[in-house]
Design a protein around this ligand. Structure first.
Ligand code: SAM
Length: 279
């Protein structure tokens, strides 16, 4: 497929999530060649366009003017123009505006062409070390605590790896609510400031992640992806865990062996206790 820009086409273009180098040749070509760029925040995106010396005209397209701007974009498409949709960072429509526009463009028979690139959730998953064969994206949980806890309760027994987005002013509250609903033992990965100067990927049990973040104020700044292992994963006792438990049981009373095994394996005490009784 060559680098042709087609008329009457909506290009959905992923942009970097921090490091400006994380953009594809194809994305740059499309942004240079389309008639319009519909940007979530034109001032924010001006920085990216300047960096790559892209002079294409921008129109603003955010959640508060989405409906009105949608008609303009569809109008441009009917006039055989091409439009690129971008958001402030990453892939449009992923916790970002654009869904209604893309749906309308599809319904009205325009071509919609995705130009792939960064998405914070996938970037985080690729380095988290949690099961990645199956996962679910929860995006932002509700801002109000009651609704947030309810949502966490609804997904408490989800088996797949869970991926959340969170902002710096709610990150501690999110982890506190997670601790309350999901318990201490779940493995959690905090992926902060991905692709940026202070990129941090920190993995530990939920209770320890919360303690670590509470103790280190600088870890509460920036942008976050929070990944949580699925329900069963943490409870599964692997062969290696069983070996550790057996070794400890040979030397120590049951309760003590279980307690130590929990520390060494990061597995829940009750599951280890059940296994110890069987052994
Ligand atoms: N469309 C974007 C994407 O594809 O990832 C997400 C936009 S959403 C409004 C912004 C949220 O994405 C942030 O609050 C944070 O949870 C996550 N995020 C974006 N960039 C990030 C980065 N560099 N490091 C960690 N999280 C990031």
């Amino acid at each position: 497929m060559g680098m042709m820009i087609n008329p009457a086409t909506l290009y959905v273009v992923a942009t970097p999530i921090g490091n400006l180098d994380d953009i594809t040749f194809r994305a740059l070509h499309v942004l240079k060649s389309v008639d319009w760029i519909a940007a979530e925040d034109t001032r924010h995106s001006a920085h990216l366009l300047e960096h790559y010396q892209i002079k294409t005209s921008m129109v603003s397209f955010h959640e508060h003017n989405e409906e009105m701007q949608q008609r303009k974009v569809l109008g441009a498409l009917s006039n055989q123009q091409s439009v690129a949709l971008i958001s402030d960072a990453g892939t449009p429509l992923v916790s970002d505006p654009g869904y209604h526009l893309v749906r309308a463009a599809v319904q009205e028979g325009f071509s919609v062409v995705p130009i792939p690139g960064a998405c914070a959730a996938i970037v985080a998953l690729s380095a988290a070390g949690l099961p990645s064969d199956r996962f679910i994206f929860e995006g932002f949980l509700p801002a109000k605590q009651h609704a947030r806890v309810q949502r966490l309760e609804a997904i408490r027994e989800e088996l797949r790896t869970l991926i959340f987005y969170e902002s710096p002013h709610r990150i501690l509250a999110l982890l506190q609510d997670m601790l309350q609903v999901l318990g201490e033992e779940r493995r959690v990965v905090i992926a902060r400031e991905l692709t940026k100067l202070y990129e941090t990927i920190h993995s530990d049990r939920l209770v320890d992640v919360l303690a670590w973040m509470t103790a280190h104020h600088e870890q509460q700044c920036g942008e976050f992806v929070v990944l949580v292992e699925g329900y069963e994963e943490g409870k599964k006792i692997a062969a290696e865990d069983e070996r550790i438990l057996k070794t400890l049981l040979k030397e120590l009373p049951l309760k003590q062996a279980v307690r130590l095994a929990a520390v060494l394996t990061n597995k829940p005490k009750n599951a280890l206790y059940e296994l110890a009784l069987k052994l």
